[in-house]
Design a protein around this ligand. Structure first.
Ligand code: SF4
Length: 368
């Protein structure tokens, strides 16, 4: 019998405006496309035989940019067809998640909301082409809490040249004051095809980024947000259960434009072309079989992002070999980067910022 797939991801690609740094599969909101898109999503979801998941995640894009009737249609379909045991997450932007939509989320069982905030600094928000204000975030968090959704994440970005430690401190302090349980803090990436690609100097250099990261990790810990993944911090018990499925290299369905799934050793990537997604029967851009070597590579790459690393006996159970023996040679050179005991392997807390370089040396893959 087929194993239960633990997670279901559903992608909503629409955004009311496009942020200057964004490389995700997304497009400007367009009402006529949105209705057809939801038809197609529902059609694909209907074809999933499994009904129970540990976690369901609606991400984007900006799921909260859908209208109330569109959201109602999608969420009611999901709530009737699927059940979850651990977490049902919804991504939103503070400026378009009004009280009416929050009540809808509550009604259909959403248990966690992740808000795209990036910073509370007004000038930085302008540079990033974000459309919300600090006040929008405060109102949105309070509305969510009043409606009974306490499990809230705020997404932040660091590394803009104009931002100082004091900006990061303001962000963390306000999140804490609002009673937010989870914070993601990502380094700004300058991606090809984005507006910021033309002005790479807008981002700090790698030494400055390392200092910023250090400061942020320490400040978050002072405010009781413990790092559990390289970019994710929370109060005890509020880890993102859905993202842990990814980091533990477990299986998941990925439904929607540009979404990726991982089932039965196949990495399934859907098209990023909206017309093709809506009109075609086969919406996959690629289906790639991942053999044991790739599986091992992903296992290490993903699990080592976690503060707790991975269990040596789990590695042996999955790959039928001993990690310490197989990587004996590499571990001699990397001994100062890992903490290894008789049970587990993890990255030293002060080495997280250079995780990519450590992985290159451990796994011998080409740096981009
Ligand atoms: S960062 Fe989020 S809100 Fe901004 S364009 Fe990308 S998907 Fe849309």
């Amino acid at each position: 019998m087929k194993n239960q797939v633990p997670a279901l991801y559903i992608h909503i690609p629409f955004c009311d405006s496009i942020c200057s740094y964004c490389d995700f599969p997304k497009m400007l909101s367009c009402s006529s496309f949105q209705d057809k898109y939801i038809d197609k999503l529902i059609h694909q979801l209907e074809n999933i035989e499994q009904h129970n998941f540990e976690t369901i995640y609606i991400g984007g894009g900006t799921p909260s940019s859908l209208s109330v009737p569109q959201l109602d249609r999608l969420l009611s379909f999901i709530a009737h067809k699927f059940d979850y045991t651990d977490e049902f997450s919804f991504e939103a932007n503070p400026e378009n998640l009004n009280l009416e939509k929050i009540e809808l989320l509550r009604r259909y069982g959403i248990s966690r909301v992740s808000l795209g905030v990036q910073t509370f600094n007004k000038d930085s928000l302008h540079l990033l082409n974000r459309k919300h204000t600090k006040e929008d975030v405060v109102t949105c968090v309070k509305n969510l809490q009043q409606c009974g959704i306490e499990n809230i994440n705020l997404d932040f970005i660091f590394g803009l040249r104009i931002e100082k430690f004091s900006d990061y401190l303001n962000n963390i302090r306000l999140a804490f004051k609002l009673g937010v349980k989870h914070i993601s803090y990502y380094a700004l990436q300058i991606e090809k095809g984005t507006k910021l690609y033309a002005v790479p100097e807008i981002r700090k250099d790698s030494d400055e980024l390392a200092d910023d990261y250090d400061y942020i990790v320490n400040k978050l810990a002072e405010y009781n947000y413990q790092r559990y993944e390289i970019s994710n911090f929370c109060q005890r018990g509020f880890e993102s259960r859905h993202n842990l499925v990814y980091w533990n290299n477990r299986e998941y369905y990925g439904i929607g434009l540009g979404a990726t799934g991982f089932i039965d050793h196949y990495r399934l990537v859907q098209t990023r072309n909206i017309k093709k997604y809506i009109d075609d029967v086969d919406t996959f851009a690629s289906r790639t079989y991942e053999d044991k070597n790739e599986d091992e590579f992903n296992f290490l790459m993903l699990n080592l992002r976690l503060e707790q690393g991975f269990n040596l006996s789990e590695f042996k159970r999955v790959f039928k070999k001993d990690f310490l023996q197989v990587y004996q040679k590499e571990l001699v050179d990397l001994q100062n980067d890992f903490i290894i005991d008789d049970k587990s392997v993890r990255i030293r807390p002060d080495k997280f910022f250079i995780l990519d370089a450590i992985l290159v040396d451990l796994l011998h893959f080409e740096k981009e």
